[in-house]
Write a protein that binds this ligand. Structure first.
Ligand code: HEC
Length: 153
């Protein structure tokens, strides 16, 4: 009796082992299927990311094109004004906001008045130092102030 029981256990173990192997084969198949699917998804995502980076790579080119138009108050007159006059005068085009002397956007001097102001030191009160600039540089600043403050002369 005991031997028979053992045989039955063995054969049961045998069939059990057989069905485990079939299960393993199924699981392996499913696992491989999943890997293939995952690989396809990864490949798709990489392709999509490449497309994305191409799109973003185009953006800096577009914005750098826009910033090339930036210089508004350019020219030697503007930088000389900022350096020599900006500490005392407000002029929007030069980006200066000082209030020691009159606001030149309000005063709207023509270039002749600016030239004489540079030569004599403002209207001659002594508050503005004379001869801050001379020659071509004085003329460039005078033109810049006259044009950008609105007198246009
Ligand atoms: C240290 C401060 C100071 C600096 C720097 C200065 N100014 Fe003046 N400016 C004044 C003051 C103060 C007045 C008003 C008193 C006067 O006219 O004497 C004035 C007046 C003026 C006027 C009006 C003159 C008028 O007849 O009404 C003009 C134009 C002017 N400045 C242009 C300039 C220019 C251009 C520069 C740069 C080259 C400059 N200023 C630099 C202080 C300054």
């Amino acid at each position: 009796m005991e031997e028979e029981q053992e045989k039955r256990d063995k054969s049961e173990a045998g069939t059990g082992g057989g069905s485990d192997r079939t299960l393993q084969a199924w699981l392996a198949g499913i696992a491989i299927g999943c890997l293939v699917l995952a690989a396809m998804i990864v490949a798709y995502e990489i392709g999509k990311n490449n497309a994305d980076t191409q799109v973003t790579a185009d953006v800096p080119a577009a914005t750098s094109g826009g910033s090339a138009e930036e210089p508004v108050a350019a020219g030697p007159g503007a930088s000389a004004f900022t350096a020599s006059c900006g500490s005392c005068h407000t002029l929007e085009a030069a980006g200066t906001t000082a209030t020691v002397g009159p606001n030149l956007d309000d005063l709207q001097p023509d270039s002749a008045l600016v030239l004489s102001a540079i030569e004599n030191g403002g209207a001659g009160s002594g508050a503005m130092p004379p001869a801050l600039l001379s020659g071509e540089e004085a003329q460039q600043v005078a033109d810049f102030v006259a044009e950008s403050s609105g007198s246009g002369k």
